[in-house]
Design a protein around this ligand. Sequence first.
Ligand SMILES: C[S@@+](CC[C@H](N)C(=O)[O-])C[C@H]1O[C@@H](n2cnc3c(N)ncnc32)[C@H](O)[C@@H]1O
Length: 397
Amino acid sequence: MASEAIAQVLAGSPAERVLDRTLRDHRHLSREQRQALKEAVYNVGLWRRRLGYLLGREDATPPFLLYALLQGLAGVPAKEAATLSGVGEGPSLNAAPAPALGLRASLPDWLADHFARELGPEADAFCAHLNVPGPITLRVNPLRISRDALADRLRTEGVTTRPGPWSPLALHVEGPRPNLYALPSLREGLFEVQDEGSQLLGLVVEARPGETVLDVCAGAGGKTLLLGAEMKDSGRLLAYDPDPERLDRLLQRSARAGLAHVQVLRMPPAPGLGADRVLVDAPCSELGSLRRGPDLRFRARPEVLAQFPPLQQDILQHAGDLVRPGGRLVYATCTVNRAENEDLVTAFLASRPEFSLVRPGGSWLASVCIRDGFLFVAPHLHGTDAFFAAVMERSAG
Ligand SMILES: C[S@@+](CC[C@H](N)C(=O)[O-])C[C@H]1O[C@@H](n2cnc3c(N)ncnc32)[C@H](O)[C@@H]1O
Protein backbone atom coordinates (compact mmCIF):
# COMPACT_ATOMS: atom_id res chain seq x y z
CA MET A 1 0.00 0.00 0.00
CA ALA A 2 2.84 2.38 0.90
CA SER A 3 4.64 1.55 -2.36
CA GLU A 4 1.57 2.35 -4.37
CA ALA A 5 1.06 5.69 -2.61
CA ILE A 6 4.77 6.56 -2.91
CA ALA A 7 4.70 5.79 -6.65
CA GLN A 8 1.88 8.33 -7.08
CA VAL A 9 3.82 10.99 -5.17
CA LEU A 10 6.97 10.32 -7.21
CA ALA A 11 4.88 10.70 -10.37
CA GLY A 12 3.89 14.22 -9.27
CA SER A 13 0.64 13.89 -7.30
CA PRO A 14 0.57 16.10 -4.19
CA ALA A 15 1.54 14.01 -1.13
CA GLU A 16 -1.27 15.36 1.06
CA ARG A 17 -3.89 14.42 -1.48
CA VAL A 18 -2.42 10.94 -2.06
CA LEU A 19 -2.33 10.31 1.69
CA ASP A 20 -5.91 11.49 2.20
CA ARG A 21 -7.15 9.27 -0.62
CA THR A 22 -5.18 6.22 0.53
CA LEU A 23 -6.37 6.57 4.13
CA ARG A 24 -9.95 7.03 2.98
CA ASP A 25 -9.73 3.89 0.84
CA HIS A 26 -8.28 1.85 3.72
CA ARG A 27 -10.33 2.74 6.74
CA HIS A 28 -9.55 -0.57 8.46
CA LEU A 29 -5.94 0.50 9.23
CA SER A 30 -4.99 0.81 12.88
CA ARG A 31 -3.71 4.11 14.27
CA GLU A 32 -0.14 2.82 14.18
CA GLN A 33 -0.51 1.62 10.59
CA ARG A 34 -1.91 4.97 9.51
CA GLN A 35 1.00 6.74 11.18
CA ALA A 36 3.54 4.37 9.55
CA LEU A 37 1.95 4.95 6.15
CA LYS A 38 2.10 8.73 6.60
CA GLU A 39 5.74 8.63 7.64
CA ALA A 40 6.71 6.35 4.74
CA VAL A 41 4.97 8.49 2.11
CA TYR A 42 6.11 11.80 3.60
CA ASN A 43 9.73 10.79 4.10
CA VAL A 44 10.31 8.93 0.84
CA GLY A 45 8.62 11.85 -0.95
CA LEU A 46 10.94 14.29 0.81
CA TRP A 47 14.21 12.35 0.82
CA ARG A 48 13.94 10.79 -2.66
CA ARG A 49 17.15 12.36 -3.99
CA ARG A 50 19.22 11.46 -0.96
CA LEU A 51 17.80 7.91 -1.05
CA GLY A 52 18.63 7.63 -4.75
CA TYR A 53 22.20 8.61 -3.89
CA LEU A 54 22.38 5.96 -1.14
CA LEU A 55 21.14 3.33 -3.60
CA GLY A 56 23.43 4.55 -6.40
CA ARG A 57 20.52 5.11 -8.82
CA GLU A 58 18.07 7.92 -9.41
CA ASP A 59 15.37 5.61 -10.80
CA ALA A 60 14.98 3.26 -7.79
CA THR A 61 11.48 1.83 -7.25
CA PRO A 62 9.40 2.64 -4.13
CA PRO A 63 10.27 -0.58 -2.20
CA PHE A 64 13.99 0.10 -2.62
CA LEU A 65 13.56 3.75 -1.65
CA LEU A 66 11.67 2.61 1.43
CA TYR A 67 14.48 0.18 2.22
CA ALA A 68 17.09 2.99 1.89
CA LEU A 69 14.96 5.21 4.13
CA LEU A 70 14.64 2.57 6.85
CA GLN A 71 18.20 1.30 6.74
CA GLY A 72 20.16 4.34 5.59
CA LEU A 73 18.37 7.23 7.31
CA ALA A 74 16.39 5.63 10.17
CA GLY A 75 19.07 3.08 11.18
CA VAL A 76 16.78 0.01 11.05
CA PRO A 77 18.95 -3.18 10.79
CA ALA A 78 19.33 -4.34 7.16
CA LYS A 79 17.38 -7.60 7.49
CA GLU A 80 14.42 -5.97 9.21
CA ALA A 81 14.44 -3.07 6.73
CA ALA A 82 14.40 -5.56 3.83
CA THR A 83 11.44 -7.45 5.29
CA LEU A 84 9.47 -4.29 6.07
CA SER A 85 9.99 -2.81 2.61
CA GLY A 86 9.51 -6.13 0.79
CA VAL A 87 12.72 -6.07 -1.27
CA GLY A 88 13.93 -9.57 -0.42
CA GLU A 89 17.66 -9.05 -0.12
CA GLY A 90 18.51 -5.41 0.68
CA PRO A 91 21.26 -3.85 -1.50
CA SER A 92 24.33 -2.31 0.15
CA LEU A 93 24.13 1.46 0.47
CA ASN A 94 26.60 4.14 -0.57
CA ALA A 95 28.55 5.05 2.58
CA ALA A 96 30.44 8.07 1.16
CA PRO A 97 29.10 11.51 2.16
CA ALA A 98 26.98 13.03 -0.59
CA PRO A 99 29.20 15.39 -2.59
CA ALA A 100 26.56 17.92 -3.70
CA LEU A 101 24.10 20.10 -1.76
CA GLY A 102 21.17 18.82 -3.87
CA LEU A 103 21.96 15.22 -2.81
CA ARG A 104 22.66 16.06 0.83
CA ALA A 105 19.49 18.11 1.30
CA SER A 106 17.39 16.17 -1.22
CA LEU A 107 16.64 19.10 -3.51
CA PRO A 108 16.62 19.35 -7.31
CA ASP A 109 20.04 20.65 -8.42
CA TRP A 110 18.64 23.86 -9.92
CA LEU A 111 17.08 24.74 -6.57
CA ALA A 112 20.18 23.82 -4.53
CA ASP A 113 22.28 25.94 -6.92
CA HIS A 114 19.83 28.82 -6.54
CA PHE A 115 20.01 28.72 -2.74
CA ALA A 116 23.82 28.48 -2.88
CA ARG A 117 23.89 31.66 -5.05
CA GLU A 118 21.40 33.45 -2.80
CA LEU A 119 22.71 32.46 0.63
CA GLY A 120 26.39 31.58 0.13
CA PRO A 121 27.83 29.90 3.25
CA GLU A 122 24.37 29.77 4.87
CA ALA A 123 22.87 27.64 2.09
CA ASP A 124 23.65 24.27 3.74
CA ALA A 125 22.00 25.23 7.03
CA PHE A 126 19.01 26.79 5.24
CA CYS A 127 18.48 23.70 3.06
CA ALA A 128 18.85 21.34 6.04
CA HIS A 129 16.05 23.23 7.79
CA LEU A 130 13.78 22.80 4.78
CA ASN A 131 13.74 19.11 5.74
CA VAL A 132 12.38 19.67 9.23
CA PRO A 133 8.62 20.25 9.40
CA GLY A 134 7.78 23.75 10.60
CA PRO A 135 6.03 24.30 13.93
CA ILE A 136 2.30 24.89 14.16
CA THR A 137 2.00 28.55 15.07
CA LEU A 138 -1.10 30.42 16.14
CA ARG A 139 -1.79 34.14 16.02
CA VAL A 140 -3.90 35.40 18.88
CA ASN A 141 -6.78 37.68 17.96
CA PRO A 142 -6.11 40.60 20.33
CA LEU A 143 -9.60 41.96 19.68
CA ARG A 144 -10.96 38.99 21.62
CA ILE A 145 -8.28 37.79 24.05
CA SER A 146 -4.68 38.33 25.22
CA ARG A 147 -1.87 35.92 24.32
CA ASP A 148 -1.54 34.65 27.91
CA ALA A 149 -5.28 34.18 28.32
CA LEU A 150 -5.41 32.27 25.01
CA ALA A 151 -2.60 29.97 26.19
CA ASP A 152 -4.65 29.26 29.36
CA ARG A 153 -7.80 28.65 27.38
CA LEU A 154 -6.01 26.27 24.97
CA ARG A 155 -4.61 24.33 27.93
CA THR A 156 -8.21 23.63 29.04
CA GLU A 157 -8.82 22.31 25.51
CA GLY A 158 -5.81 19.97 25.77
CA VAL A 159 -3.33 22.05 23.72
CA THR A 160 -0.03 23.18 25.23
CA THR A 161 1.72 26.19 23.71
CA ARG A 162 4.69 28.47 24.27
CA PRO A 163 5.05 32.12 23.21
CA GLY A 164 6.86 32.83 19.94
CA PRO A 165 10.09 34.81 20.29
CA TRP A 166 9.53 37.33 17.47
CA SER A 167 5.86 38.22 17.19
CA PRO A 168 4.02 39.43 20.31
CA LEU A 169 0.94 37.63 18.94
CA ALA A 170 2.51 34.18 18.35
CA LEU A 171 1.99 30.91 20.24
CA HIS A 172 3.76 27.73 19.10
CA VAL A 173 1.89 24.47 19.67
CA GLU A 174 3.92 21.90 21.61
CA GLY A 175 3.64 18.12 21.39
CA PRO A 176 1.63 16.11 18.85
CA ARG A 177 -0.39 17.93 16.20
CA PRO A 178 -3.89 18.61 17.61
CA ASN A 179 -7.00 18.87 15.47
CA LEU A 180 -7.13 22.65 15.77
CA TYR A 181 -10.14 22.96 13.52
CA ALA A 182 -12.25 21.07 16.06
CA LEU A 183 -11.43 23.49 18.90
CA PRO A 184 -14.21 25.79 20.17
CA SER A 185 -11.59 28.53 20.67
CA LEU A 186 -10.92 28.58 16.91
CA ARG A 187 -14.63 28.72 16.10
CA GLU A 188 -14.95 31.62 18.55
CA GLY A 189 -12.33 33.54 16.55
CA LEU A 190 -9.77 33.64 19.36
CA PHE A 191 -6.90 32.74 17.03
CA GLU A 192 -5.79 31.95 13.48
CA VAL A 193 -3.09 29.51 12.33
CA GLN A 194 -0.26 31.65 10.92
CA ASP A 195 3.52 31.21 10.70
CA GLU A 196 5.38 33.63 12.96
CA GLY A 197 7.25 35.16 10.00
CA SER A 198 3.95 35.80 8.23
CA GLN A 199 2.73 37.59 11.36
CA LEU A 200 5.76 39.87 11.19
CA LEU A 201 4.84 40.90 7.62
CA GLY A 202 1.51 42.19 8.89
CA LEU A 203 3.01 43.77 11.99
CA VAL A 204 5.65 45.83 10.12
CA VAL A 205 2.79 47.68 8.39
CA GLU A 206 2.20 49.20 11.87
CA ALA A 207 -1.44 49.93 11.07
CA ARG A 208 -3.06 52.17 13.68
CA PRO A 209 -6.65 52.79 14.81
CA GLY A 210 -8.53 55.28 12.65
CA GLU A 211 -6.22 55.04 9.62
CA THR A 212 -7.00 54.14 6.01
CA VAL A 213 -5.13 50.92 5.24
CA LEU A 214 -5.16 48.92 2.00
CA ASP A 215 -4.15 45.26 1.68
CA VAL A 216 -3.69 45.05 -2.07
CA CYS A 217 -2.97 41.28 -2.44
CA ALA A 218 -5.27 40.26 0.39
CA GLY A 219 -5.96 36.65 -0.65
CA ALA A 220 -8.04 34.93 2.02
CA GLY A 221 -7.02 37.60 4.52
CA GLY A 222 -4.13 36.17 6.55
CA LYS A 223 -2.64 39.67 6.89
CA THR A 224 -5.92 41.61 6.61
CA LEU A 225 -7.23 40.08 9.83
CA LEU A 226 -4.06 41.06 11.65
CA LEU A 227 -4.23 44.60 10.25
CA GLY A 228 -7.87 44.90 11.37
CA ALA A 229 -6.97 43.78 14.90
CA GLU A 230 -4.07 46.27 15.01
CA MET A 231 -6.52 49.00 13.96
CA LYS A 232 -8.90 47.87 16.75
CA ASP A 233 -11.52 47.43 14.05
CA SER A 234 -11.74 51.18 13.43
CA GLY A 235 -10.89 53.45 10.49
CA ARG A 236 -11.01 52.09 6.93
CA LEU A 237 -9.51 48.72 6.07
CA LEU A 238 -9.71 47.86 2.36
CA ALA A 239 -8.87 44.42 0.96
CA TYR A 240 -8.39 43.72 -2.75
CA ASP A 241 -7.54 40.49 -4.55
CA PRO A 242 -8.35 39.37 -8.10
CA ASP A 243 -9.44 35.95 -6.78
CA PRO A 244 -13.12 36.26 -5.73
CA GLU A 245 -13.17 32.95 -3.82
CA ARG A 246 -10.31 34.04 -1.61
CA LEU A 247 -12.15 37.28 -0.87
CA ASP A 248 -15.26 35.29 0.10
CA ARG A 249 -13.14 33.33 2.59
CA LEU A 250 -11.69 36.59 3.85
CA LEU A 251 -15.19 37.84 4.63
CA GLN A 252 -16.07 34.66 6.52
CA ARG A 253 -12.86 34.82 8.54
CA SER A 254 -13.41 38.54 9.29
CA ALA A 255 -16.85 37.79 10.70
CA ARG A 256 -15.43 35.04 12.90
CA ALA A 257 -12.69 37.40 14.13
CA GLY A 258 -15.22 40.11 15.03
CA LEU A 259 -14.06 42.59 12.37
CA ALA A 260 -16.91 44.77 11.14
CA HIS A 261 -14.79 47.37 9.34
CA VAL A 262 -13.23 45.32 6.53
CA GLN A 263 -14.31 46.48 3.10
CA VAL A 264 -13.68 44.00 0.29
CA LEU A 265 -12.87 45.48 -3.14
CA ARG A 266 -13.91 43.37 -6.11
CA MET A 267 -12.21 45.79 -8.56
CA PRO A 268 -8.65 47.16 -8.31
CA PRO A 269 -8.56 50.34 -6.22
CA ALA A 270 -8.42 53.54 -8.27
CA PRO A 271 -5.32 55.81 -8.04
CA GLY A 272 -5.65 58.72 -5.64
CA LEU A 273 -6.93 56.73 -2.67
CA GLY A 274 -4.45 58.48 -0.37
CA ALA A 275 -4.08 55.56 2.03
CA ASP A 276 -2.00 55.94 5.19
CA ARG A 277 -0.56 52.47 4.62
CA VAL A 278 -0.56 50.00 1.75
CA LEU A 279 0.58 46.39 2.00
CA VAL A 280 1.67 44.48 -1.12
CA ASP A 281 1.91 40.82 -0.05
CA ALA A 282 2.95 39.92 -3.56
CA PRO A 283 2.36 36.71 -5.51
CA CYS A 284 5.79 35.06 -5.63
CA SER A 285 7.75 31.85 -6.19
CA GLU A 286 7.04 30.78 -2.55
CA LEU A 287 10.46 29.19 -2.03
CA GLY A 288 10.40 30.30 1.63
CA SER A 289 7.74 27.77 2.58
CA LEU A 290 9.16 24.61 0.99
CA ARG A 291 9.29 22.86 4.38
CA ARG A 292 5.46 22.93 4.45
CA GLY A 293 5.25 19.97 2.05
CA PRO A 294 7.57 17.07 1.25
CA ASP A 295 7.12 17.36 -2.49
CA LEU A 296 6.75 21.12 -3.12
CA ARG A 297 10.43 21.34 -4.14
CA PHE A 298 10.01 18.61 -6.75
CA ARG A 299 6.93 20.18 -8.27
CA ALA A 300 8.56 23.64 -8.62
CA ARG A 301 10.18 24.44 -11.98
CA PRO A 302 13.28 26.62 -12.63
CA GLU A 303 11.17 29.02 -14.72
CA VAL A 304 9.51 30.15 -11.49
CA LEU A 305 12.62 32.20 -10.62
CA ALA A 306 11.95 34.67 -13.45
CA GLN A 307 8.17 34.38 -13.58
CA PHE A 308 7.06 36.96 -11.02
CA PRO A 309 9.21 40.14 -11.12
CA PRO A 310 7.30 41.85 -13.98
CA LEU A 311 3.94 41.30 -12.22
CA GLN A 312 5.40 42.25 -8.82
CA GLN A 313 6.87 45.49 -10.21
CA ASP A 314 3.56 46.32 -11.86
CA ILE A 315 1.56 45.73 -8.63
CA LEU A 316 4.10 47.72 -6.58
CA GLN A 317 4.08 50.67 -9.00
CA HIS A 318 0.27 50.87 -8.84
CA ALA A 319 0.32 50.45 -5.07
CA GLY A 320 2.76 53.39 -4.82
CA ASP A 321 0.10 55.64 -6.41
CA LEU A 322 -2.34 54.74 -3.64
CA VAL A 323 -0.19 55.98 -0.73
CA ARG A 324 -0.69 59.52 0.62
CA PRO A 325 2.33 61.82 1.01
CA GLY A 326 4.00 60.86 4.29
CA GLY A 327 2.31 57.41 4.17
CA ARG A 328 3.90 53.97 4.11
CA LEU A 329 4.20 51.22 1.52
CA VAL A 330 5.20 47.68 2.55
CA TYR A 331 6.31 45.17 -0.08
CA ALA A 332 6.53 41.53 1.10
CA THR A 333 7.13 38.03 -0.26
CA CYS A 334 7.53 34.50 1.10
CA THR A 335 10.49 33.68 -1.10
CA VAL A 336 14.29 33.68 -1.22
CA ASN A 337 15.10 35.24 -4.57
CA ARG A 338 16.89 38.57 -4.94
CA ALA A 339 15.12 39.21 -8.26
CA GLU A 340 11.77 39.22 -6.41
CA ASN A 341 13.07 40.87 -3.24
CA GLU A 342 16.06 43.23 -2.88
CA ASP A 343 16.54 43.86 -6.63
CA LEU A 344 12.86 44.47 -7.18
CA VAL A 345 12.66 47.04 -4.38
CA THR A 346 15.90 48.71 -5.49
CA ALA A 347 14.49 49.11 -9.02
CA PHE A 348 11.24 50.52 -7.59
CA LEU A 349 13.07 53.05 -5.42
CA ALA A 350 15.24 54.11 -8.38
CA SER A 351 12.12 54.83 -10.42
CA ARG A 352 10.21 56.54 -7.57
CA PRO A 353 12.45 59.07 -5.79
CA GLU A 354 9.53 60.15 -3.59
CA PHE A 355 9.86 56.83 -1.70
CA SER A 356 12.66 55.91 0.67
CA LEU A 357 13.46 52.77 2.65
CA VAL A 358 12.86 52.89 6.43
CA ARG A 359 13.84 50.44 9.18
CA PRO A 360 11.16 47.76 9.50
CA GLY A 361 9.43 47.44 12.84
CA GLY A 362 10.60 50.72 14.42
CA SER A 363 12.01 49.82 17.80
CA TRP A 364 9.99 46.64 18.56
CA LEU A 365 11.40 44.31 15.88
CA ALA A 366 14.55 42.39 16.95
CA SER A 367 17.54 43.51 14.89
CA VAL A 368 18.35 39.85 14.05
CA CYS A 369 15.22 39.95 11.89
CA ILE A 370 16.69 42.76 9.76
CA ARG A 371 19.26 42.30 7.01
CA ASP A 372 20.55 45.16 4.83
CA GLY A 373 17.61 47.32 5.89
CA PHE A 374 14.97 44.71 4.96
CA LEU A 375 13.01 42.30 7.13
CA PHE A 376 14.47 38.85 6.49
CA VAL A 377 13.56 35.76 8.52
CA ALA A 378 14.30 32.13 7.68
CA PRO A 379 13.99 28.64 9.19
CA HIS A 380 17.70 28.17 9.99
CA LEU A 381 17.91 31.54 11.79
CA HIS A 382 14.49 32.21 13.28
CA GLY A 383 12.57 28.91 13.09
CA THR A 384 10.03 30.60 10.77
CA ASP A 385 9.36 30.04 7.08
CA ALA A 386 11.48 32.45 5.00
CA PHE A 387 9.97 35.91 4.45
CA PHE A 388 11.17 39.23 3.06
CA ALA A 389 9.71 42.72 3.51
CA ALA A 390 10.68 46.26 2.64
CA VAL A 391 9.08 49.20 4.44
CA MET A 392 9.06 52.42 2.41
CA GLU A 393 7.84 55.91 3.22
CA ARG A 394 6.51 58.46 0.76
CA SER A 395 7.98 61.93 1.27
CA ALA A 396 5.54 64.41 2.78
CA GLY A 397 6.15 67.13 0.18
C1 LIG B 1 1.02 35.76 -1.21
S1 LIG B 1 -0.62 35.69 -1.72
C2 LIG B 1 -1.41 36.71 -0.54
C3 LIG B 1 -1.66 36.04 0.77
C4 LIG B 1 -2.50 36.89 1.71
N1 LIG B 1 -2.04 38.25 1.83
C5 LIG B 1 -2.56 36.24 3.10
O1 LIG B 1 -1.87 36.73 4.01
O2 LIG B 1 -3.30 35.27 3.25
C6 LIG B 1 -0.65 36.71 -3.14
C7 LIG B 1 -2.02 37.11 -3.62
O3 LIG B 1 -1.85 38.02 -4.71
C8 LIG B 1 -2.98 37.87 -5.54
N2 LIG B 1 -2.71 38.49 -6.86
C9 LIG B 1 -2.34 37.92 -8.03
N3 LIG B 1 -2.24 38.86 -8.99
C10 LIG B 1 -2.53 40.05 -8.43
C11 LIG B 1 -2.64 41.38 -8.90
N4 LIG B 1 -2.38 41.67 -10.18
N5 LIG B 1 -3.00 42.35 -8.04
C12 LIG B 1 -3.26 42.07 -6.75
N6 LIG B 1 -3.18 40.81 -6.24
C13 LIG B 1 -2.83 39.83 -7.07
C14 LIG B 1 -3.22 36.38 -5.56
O4 LIG B 1 -4.57 36.08 -5.91
C15 LIG B 1 -2.88 35.97 -4.13
O5 LIG B 1 -4.03 35.87 -3.34
